[in-house]
Design a protein. Structure first.
Length: 500
């Protein structure tokens, strides 16, 4: 306990420099902005800003990028409540009751509860990272190639189970991501794999181009089809601070949402979106009068907002302790750390204590900044939304193209981004979620590398994966998950939940 507090004090010393405080503020502001604007999400924006971080030190880069992620959870609720347009997927549920409250003249209550719930959940999630991270990292230090291979398999299976849409499409996306991750030169043999004679593909497919195409360009195309995003009008906000009765009604939902979101953030494939939907379903189940939901129930705002922010924070635990991304955004974080020469995993805490503890403290600081800057700037965000989307999308696409080109100074990456943008648009039309594809792309090379190492160690004996207890346990869990979702009753129930 005292050791953790001392290390948090060290992290405070790291963060309280003018440069890191500025980067934390920039991350919070950018995150809020992209949460407000439809057509930009954390994945697209982090991909876009990743080249900018090349000139920063690793600590400053990860502080800013993480601020963008959890800041987007705050910003998405503002427009969901005021104009019924969720700026971020995690705020889709918030719009159901939040917008009804705005129509009833209670927008201030909804916005304040969303901010308070987000702040409490964010701080709680950060405390979990501080106290649970080091013990988990010590466990992960016992991992060798077989354990890491089984862990990657578990992560991919969990991504399939928790992915929206049908199981077949989720599996297809995973395997497509695994195939795309194999493109390039084989590290061991030097042989070209699926490059089709293109020199530009010898180093593999650009991660930034894929992410921006799938989640940026595709989202812009979809929004251009929606006339609702081309011009918006806001409701009257009224007073901001909620009454004591409103706080009393929301406190239970905030507590439940915080705990539920903390759990979903740690699970591979879970993430903030799944947490917010699950929290809303939980609040409806425990409510005495379920008919209030959909008509302006404060619990329908408090629970999901707390859940998505708690999940956004705790999703850093498997990333930093085991090098396992639990969502597409965390996959991007792995890419960012790798570009800065840092291998995410259990050794980060030991070898990079400034980065680990500085990041944790920056989350506390960032959550305070978000509460301070969000409520006074609500009017500005709503004015920004009144910009016609036919003008806004041009800015998004041009900046995306510049960001992709600046990574390798290659026009080919722009073509890749456009191609993946069209692919992402088609996937959305066929109700296939692209996030598992990105997970497969990131985890595929690590899966292959650890499988090869295990085979070299065991001289080709596959029994090495079941002879080691941790590896066997992870594989058993993965098999049980596959069997459970293959059962007709479970599969039908799962599809009903996602449909709802």
């Amino acid at each position: 306990m005292m050791e953790t507090l001392g290390l948090l004090g060290h992290g405070l010393f790291v963060v309280l420099t003018p440069e890191n405080l500025l980067l934390c503020l920039l991350g919070a502001v950018f995150g809020t902005l992209i949460g407000v604007l439809p057509g930009l999400g954390p994945v697209a924006t982090i991909s876009l800003l990743m080249p900018i971080t090349f000139s920063l030190d690793p600590i400053g880069a990860i502080i800013m990028l993480s601020g963008i992620y959890y800041g987007a959870q705050y910003g998405g609720s503002t427009t969901a409540i005021l104009v019924n347009i969720p700026g971020e997927s995690t705020s889709v549920v918030t719009a159901i009751d939040g917008y009804k409250m705005a129509q009833q003249g209670r927008a201030g209550d909804a916005l304040a509860i969303a901010a308070i719930g987000s702040f409490i959940a964010g701080c709680f999630g950060t405390l979990i990272i501080a106290f649970a991270g080091p013990p988990l990292a010590k466990v992960a230090q016992q991992f060798t190639s077989p354990e890491y291979f089984s862990l990657m398999v578990f992560g991919l299976v969990a991504a399939v189970v928790l992915a929206n849409g049908s199981l077949i499409s989720a599996l297809a996306m995973i395997f497509l991501g695994l195939l795309l991750g194999m493109v390039g030169m084989d590290v061991n043999t030097g042989a070209a794999r699926m490059t089709f004679g293109l020199i530009e593909l010898s180093d593999g497919i650009s991660f930034v181009a894929m992410a921006l195409g799938l989640f940026g360009v595709a989202e812009v195309i979809c929004n251009l089809e929606d006339a609702a995003t081309r011009g918006l009008n806001s409701s009257r906000i009224g007073r901001i601070w909620p009454t004591r009765d409103v706080l009393k009604s929301a406190r239970g939902a905030i507590a439940r949402g915080t705990l539920l979101g903390s759990l979903f953030g740690i699970l591979p494939g879970g993430g903030a979106t799944m947490a917010s939907f699950s929290s809303y379903a939980l609040e409806k189940r425990v409510a005495k009068d379920r008919s209030r939901f959909g008509r302006g129930a404060i619990e329908g705002v408090a629970g999901p907002e707390a859940a998505n922010n708690a999940a956004a924070q705790t999703s850093f635990i498997p990333l930093l302790t085991m090098g396992l991304p639990t969502s597409a955004t965390m996959a991007l974080m792995i890419g960012a750390l790798t570009l800065h020469g840092i291998a995410p995993g259990p050794n980060v805490i030991v070898r990079q204590p400034d980065l680990f503890w500085g990041l944790i403290v920056s989350m506390f600081v960032g959550n305070v900044m978000l509460v301070i800057i969000n409520l006074p700037m609500i009017g500005l965000w709503v004015k920004l939304l009144q910009i016609p989307y036919r003008l806004l999308f041009l800015f998004i696409v041009v900046i995306s193209a510049i960001g992709v080109y600046s990574v390798n100074n290659s026009p080919f990456d722009i073509y890749l981004m456009i191609g993946f943008g069209l692919l992402g648009y088609l996937l959305r039309k066929f109700n296939a979620e692209p996030a598992p594809m990105l997970m497969g792309f990131v985890l595929g090379p690590m899966l292959e590398e650890n499988f090869r190492r295990a085979m070299l160690t065991s001289r080709g004996d596959l029994m090495i994966f079941v002879e080691r207890p941790i590896s066997l346990g992870l594989l058993i869990i993965s098999v049980l998950l596959i069997i459970s979702i293959a059962l007709p009753s479970v599969r039908a129930g799962r599809e009903d939940v996602f449909q709802e």
